[in-house]
Design a protein. Structure first.
Length: 121
């Protein structure tokens, strides 16, 4: 996939991070950071959204540092790192960390898909 970075891409990345931050704040306020719910399960929505915010922030930092020419490859590298972390922790006893890395992986993958669609690739 050879796509280009545009002002729209920057806006989309910032908007997605803002939305993820709002979801994270909402999940934290709702007390879903790791407490047991009535069914006895542990919802990790806050950790998932925290991972989204962290990964999108990592991507924003990389883009700002490297510039638009290297933006797409850097975001792909970040997505691959987050995907690797989510898989390497799949046997981990910590569902919170799995949720965190899955959130980051999913956020970056969705962002790259949106950029691909913007570029009609």
């Amino acid at each position: 996939m050879s796509s280009t970075w545009s002002r729209t891409s920057s806006d989309t990345l910032a908007r997605r991070r803002h939305t993820a931050a709002a979801r994270w704040a909402g999940a934290t306020a709702a007390g879903t950071a790791g407490t047991l719910d009535r069914a006895g399960t542990t919802p990790y929505a806050a950790k998932y959204h925290e991972g989204e915010v962290a990964a999108l922030g990592e991507a924003m930092g990389a883009v700002i540092s490297a510039g638009p020419r290297e933006a797409i490859p850097l975001v792909r590298e970040a997505r691959d790192r987050w995907a690797h972390r989510s898989v390497s922790l799949s046997a981990s006893p910590s569902p919170a960390w799995r949720a965190y890395y899955e959130g980051g992986r999913d956020a970056l993958a969705a962002f790259l898909e949106a950029v691909r669609e913007e570029n009609h690739l």
